[in-house]
Design a protein around this ligand. Sequence first.
Ligand code: CUA
Length: 305
Amino acid sequence: MLPQASTIAPHIDSLYNFIFWISLISFVGVVAAMVYFIIRYHRSRWDPFKTPYITGHSAMETSVSVGLFILVMVIFAWGWKDYKKIVSPPQNSLEISVLGHQWFWEFEYANGKKLTNELVVPKGRPVKLIMSSADVIHSFFVPNFRLKQDLVPGTYTTLWFQATQTGEHPVFCAEYCGTGHSKMLAKVKVVEPTEYARWEKEEKKEKGLNPAEVGKELFTKKGCNVCHTVTGQALIGPSLLGIFGKNEELADGKKIQVDENYLRESLMQPQAKLVKGFPPVMPTFQGTLTDEEVNAVIAYIKSLK
Ligand code: CUA
């Protein structure tokens, strides 16, 4: 068996083993019944010229149907319980950006440090990956963590885990993405929290700007500040102070929570989800901002608390 290197791994394995053993026992039972009936009801044991009259057995049929339904619902409820864990990252997660490329993985930390094909994370702390792709669909698959998530161009997907074993865990791309797909490998390097803290500090010293600082520069350079303040005052567009995570009311009366995907959409298609009370005058930044710059602008908006 593969190592169970994340908190979710033992849960996934339990469910997998349950389904595996149920299937194996059912298979053996079905084959055994088949062999038994072949022998027991072979033509040589009966009058070969007369087909026996067979009646149904309602109690048996009902109990088999209800029994199987209950079994399937148990599997469903069990899977749902684990699925909820997988899709709900803890609030205090360490956030790292992941960008998939043909054919390598790029990881960017909040302090501006960038790594290619290696993701360094501390043991025992929840890590949330905010992922996107620069070209085609890729899929981030860490067998030792029992986790897999697609990276889709133009949108953000997330994946979170809490590593329980130090060491290197292989990462595979699990979505065919062209000639180099099978070579699109990386590793998650899990280190002790103290070692991680040291690593993070060292890297900080030699780095220039972090993504939030790059975003702050872009905010002026691209003219965002003409319409948006970061002080709470509304101009032509809403103020961006404290906007991340907030519930906004839209022009059509719908409510939305501001997250990475909403901010990205608002940059690319500003008219798609207008905040109530503001005119539809924002230009699109489609094609004028790279994926990295979009990440930087979002990091900056997130930092405005
Ligand atoms: Cu990237 Cu397959």
